[in-house]
Design a binder for this molecule. Structure first.
Ligand code: PAP
Length: 335
């Protein structure tokens, strides 16, 4: 399959290139003045912008997204905390929205990772450059880890649909710790011990974190703007995938017809996007991740609910539960 985003990066005139380089220099300068803490993976440090933590190049990209991204009302934004299941929800939504275009037996997801088909705005698309996203046909699907409060204004004004996939903090932490150590291994950096990573997680110093503030931003938005923001949980998607996929499809404006349901299309999409199927595909075993520096296989580890039980001591459970309880106090939300 040819890159669906190839036309977004047409050659620019010398003047346009110079202007863009001045712009990125400005973002770099701004970001270098933000508060910093130690990084987790490739980057040496992460910086704080609008109360959330970012690797510096992602932070520059967030500034660029805020300044330049123009949302359409038909856009579908898949928002997640890192390691909450973006790989899965991107696959499910891509397959659902494009189902009249691609037959399951010859589907782009069989040869491409879902991060290639639904790129992150701040990780893949706005990467030292401003993409021309106007060339893309509707509906456009994008991923993002940006907190609700830092989303570009046009995403709120346009009334586009935002699907937020949330996951319990213990599984997110374990998944993140493994993922970041994979990155460190690739750079021959010494691994981050689980206790060191846990300390940082509890202090909220994680990429695109604090975890809880990220969740609460989207949770509150889903209550205030239910037509525009849908909040779903990884655990519910695992427990009742048919009901949840139908719910998401309805929300984004692509409900399954009773005919499609009778033909078993919902089950076929779920099978196509299952952890077992996607992780067994060649592209996801050996292919390089679209954002570079690691392999797609890093997005697939266990894909289970409750793996934290194999890593958490009783002290860790107590500490994390207490933080979650305090942070979520007064909000009708349980993870
Ligand atoms: P990202 O934030 O880097 O994009 P993301 O896809 O959100 O990563 O999270 C990866 C987690 O989703 C992994 O969890 P684990 O470490 O606990 O195993 C990964 O295994 C899981 N995952 C990936 N694909 C699927 C899928 N199809 N079904 C269920 N879980 C999945």
């Amino acid at each position: 399959m040819t890159d669906p985003f190839r036309n977004c990066f047409v050659t620019k005139t010398k003047e346009e290139e110079e202007n863009e380089s001045i712009l990125w220099q400005r973002y770099q300068n701004l970001v270098s003045s933000f508060p910093k803490e130690q990084g987790w993976g490739f980057e040496n440090y992460i910086c704080n912008y609008q109360s959330f933590w970012y690797a510096d190049k992602h932070c520059q990209a967030v500034l660029a997204v805020q300044d330049h991204f123009k949302a359409r009302s038909s856009d579908i934004i898949l928002a997640t905390n890192p390691k909450a299941g973006a790989t899965w929800i991107k696959a499910l939504l891509f397959a659902t929205v494009t189902r009249s275009k691609y037959p399951i037996y010859n589907h782009p997801l069989l040869s491409q990772n879902s991060h290639f088909l639904v790129p992150f705005l701040e990780i893949g698309l706005y990467n030292n450059r401003i993409p021309d996203l106007e060339t893309l046909p509707s509906p456009r699907l994008f991923g993002t880890h940006i907190s609700y409060t830092s989303l570009p204004q046009s995403m709120i004004d346009s009334g586009c649909r935002i699907v937020y996939l949330c996951r319990n903090p213990k599984d997110v932490f374990v998944s993140m710790w493994h993922f970041k150590n994979k990155m460190r291994e690739r750079l021959s950096k010494i691994p981050l011990s689980i206790m060191e990573a846990f300390e940082r997680f509890c202090n909220g110093v994680t990429h695109f974190g604090p975890f809880w503030d990220h969740v609460l931003g989207y949770w509150t938005a889903s209550l205030e703007r239910p037509q525009n923001v849908l909040f779903i949980k990884y655990e519910e998607l695992k427990a009742d995938p048919v009901v949840q996929l139908k719910r998401v499809a309805q929300f984004v404006g692509y409900p399954f017809t009773s005919e499609e349901e009778k033909e078993g299309l919902v089950d076929e999409i779920l099978r196509l996007c299952s952890f077992e199927n996607l992780s067994s595909l060649e592209v996801n075993k050996t292919g390089e991740a679209p954002m570079g520096k690691f392999k797609n296989e890093a997005f697939f580890r266990k894909g289970k609910v409750g793996d934290w039980d194999n890593y958490f001591t009783s002290e860790m459970i107590e500490r994390l539960d207490k933080i979650t309880e305090q942070k979520f106090h007064g909000y009708d939300l349980k993870l």
